[in-house]
Design a protein around this ligand. Structure first.
Ligand SMILES: O=C[C@H](O)COP(=O)(O)O
Length: 245
């Protein structure tokens, strides 16, 4: 269960959040609890040493170093202790014009630095209404995984986030979400094999909250959630990671 804070919280608020959840997360064997925080907050979150919390970056570059002003190095993220990294979020694709090729290069760079990519994909309302969900989403997944081996793919995370459901309060129904997550698994099976497809963790994101998390997580091909707004409040995040209780 991954929270994505987006451009929210400063280091002080980050420390307060960490203190509020310390000692309250489920064990890793039950639920993997992840917070993706702005780059400027990552060290603060790591310093709090919250038991069972994995800390993730929200974006990173595809080069480890060099003349790339303003970018975040995946090598430096690894060295500081980051273990997951979101890439290809629709906000990065939309506002910052990231392409499938960029996202593929970022995936390779994270894997090289032993950071598990959380690769986002998802369709706009326009694509959904045009009946192009499968074609669009499987195309994004295929492009993101180009040149990545089956062993590497087996360990990574794909997050399906329909753009029309992000921050809008409009959740895809659990059946709609399951349908696309299943299609993503089939796409991976076609590209690799059944074992690889079954090993990948597939998350659903888009207005996930404590009230709907159980229903979404009950679906066969939805392994977890990528949660924006409802991950900002510690109590709400705790309810999400404890959805099985
Ligand atoms: O990465 C998280 C998603 O964009 C979902 O955001 P949301 O839960 O605020 O709709």
């Amino acid at each position: 269960m991954a929270g994505n804070w987006k451009l929210n919280k400063d280091p002080q608020e980050t420390a307060e959040f960490a203190q509020a959840i310390t000692g309250k997360l489920p064990s890793d064997s039950e639920v993997i609890s992840i917070i993706a925080a702005p780059a400027i907050d990552l060290q603060t979150l790591l310093d709090q040493k919250v038991p069972n919390l994995k800390v993730a970056s929200e974006n990173s570059y595809f080069e480890d170093d060099g003349a790339y002003t303003g970018e975040t190095s995946p090598l430096a993220l690894h060295e500081m202790g980051i273990t997951y990294g979101i890439i290809g979020h629709s906000e990065r694709r939309g506002y910052f014009k990231e392409t499938d090729e960029d996202i593929n290069k970022k995936a390779h760079a994270l894997i090289k630095n032993q950071i598990t990519p959380i690769i986002c994909c998802g369709e706009s309302l326009e694509k959904r209404e045009a009946g192009k969900v499968d074609e669009w989403v499987s195309g994004q997944v295929t492009a993101a995984l180009k040149g990545i081996s089956a062993n590497e793919v087996a360990n990574l995370v794909i997050a399906y986030e329909p753009i029309w459901a992000i921050g809008t309060g409009k959740t895809a129904t659990s059946d709609q979400a399951e349908e696309v997550c299943k299609m993503i698994r089939h796409t991976i099976e076609d590209l690799y094999d059944e074992g690889t497809a079954n090993s990948v963790h597939i998350l659903y994101g888009g207005s996930v909250k404590p009230a709907n998390v159980k229903d979404l997580m009950s679906k066969e091909d939805i392994d977890g959630g990528l949660v924006g707004g409802a991950s900002l409040d510690p109590e709400s995040f705790l309810q999400l990671v404890h959805y099985q209780d």
